[in-house]
Design a protein. Sequence first.
Length: 605
Amino acid sequence: MAATVIIGALAERHRGESMRFSKGSYGFALCVLSGVLWTQAASGQEMPVEAINAASIVDIPFILGDTPIGQADASLWVKGDRPANPLLASVSIKPVQAATVKAGAGDAILWRAFAGGGITVLNSNDLDLGSRPIFCGIVPDRPVLSCFIDENADGRFDQVAQAKAERGAKPYHATIMRGAQPLPTPIPYAIVADDKRPSLTVELRNCAKDYDRPRFTALSTSDRDIPVSSAVFGWHAKDSSFAGCRRGLQRPSTPDTATVPPGGYLGEIGPLLFSVGPKGNPRVALVGPARSDGLYRLEGANLVSMSIGHTPAQAQLIALKKFPYPVLMTDEGATIRQGPIAVNGTLASIPFHHAYRGRLTQDLSISTLFGKRSLPMGTILYGFPAQSRLTRTINGIPDLESVDDDTYRTVKLELTWCAPVRGPEPEKPKAGVIARSGWSAACVPYSNMGNHTIITDRTPAFSIMGVSYDATTSSNDGLPPIRRDDGATFERPLRVDYVYEGREGESISLAEQIYFGDELTSVKPLKLYAPDGKMNAIIAGAPVAISVDANGALTLVTVKPPVTGLNPLLKWDERALLLQQLQKMGLKPAGDWQPGGAIPVEREK
């Protein structure tokens, strides 16, 4: 068995490395994870630091509505084929408060929201409905999901913020609101009477065989047709809120209103309680709500308790606020060449620096079986925010590990460091080698196992976004002796150039060249999938259109200059290439895939 600790950073796109380890070994890996919350799918433009700092968490909780309705005749699925009707019960849910604003000839309904994420530790009886009211929804003159804020609680909205949802575009899907802006004119609103609040129906269905912990889904009938992002699909623990089919619980105490058959038990399935008969006759009967004052949210495709914690997007925002800058930042003086560009011509030249820098406060040495790896005190390093997770492989095959909620709801980032180092240049460089002039990086990863090591010969020397290594590698205990110092500078300026190398089949070939002063330190090949000879990309925040004619001549057009402070590295939408590769494998996108989203697949018939 092999194990891998994955240390990942929030950045503008996923650039994780694949990892292979021999039988019986352990391994670490550092990689950059996708900051999907702040990346626009069409352009790849990063969210500016100011906008990240101005954004905030918003929660829109539900309470259970009318008395739930259970089936008159229902049994748990414990053997045989799937039941003809797996429905266990239906329950209505509604917002804790709703408001209306005048919209043309009618009214627009807005749903009560709460800022800051503190809602996760409250129940409905603890809510303060009077302080800083926030209501979210869509009104005709603002056709995007927005949150309206009554800052002084005088019955008029005086601010508005665009809201972002992790799924769908209905009021209750919002989990983040961007920086609020003042409204030109305050908008009066009216609170909806409790019995007039909008409601949704949630169906609890038995989805797999299990007697002791009944397997279920709790799906909103109003959201059946809204695709669920595959960003959180995977091998999840069965009691995870992200699992497609979750597990219920057995309750140790029985309320006075419940009669449990001999040999049975009281089961908590989603927000409801059921009496469950003995295994030989596992009939279920609805008892009522598990918590009369509970607060819930519709997350992904399931109804979950608000007490579960932050959503994935909320957790990412919290992490981004700690480290809001991209690892590499464009400096002034960046240029993008427009018009015809010949083979070996330069498309763009982008000076940059590292946002996070530090120094070794003492000599660092790692003793190994064959010698030592070391870095001297005072060495300047650059860092990237990273988190750590242990994974395993068995005989070289990744183990299907269960992923719990904390993987997505808690993003714990710390800086991981790399130092560019120059060694002897090989006499005969190997084909495909990225390093030039002897340049590589020595990285000092700190793992969640409480130790650190030195990993050498990483490339490109000045833009490491991921490393992997055997977990049994020699290491020292504790944190590496590095002091963060963002004012530390390398002795020469850095820049990245993009050079056109020609058309190869369905790809446009570029070279990413990084210079330290005038010295070339790395050349990384890029193959941009463009079967029709045309594609769009982003270079230092500037959108560019690239086209190559039948003779291989390239033309570049941009309508915007490079943006100082954004990531200088070229980005393009790689999903078209992934789709083409999937089709060659006999796969196709599943029916709920939407352009711009991650790609769930199914095998072609």
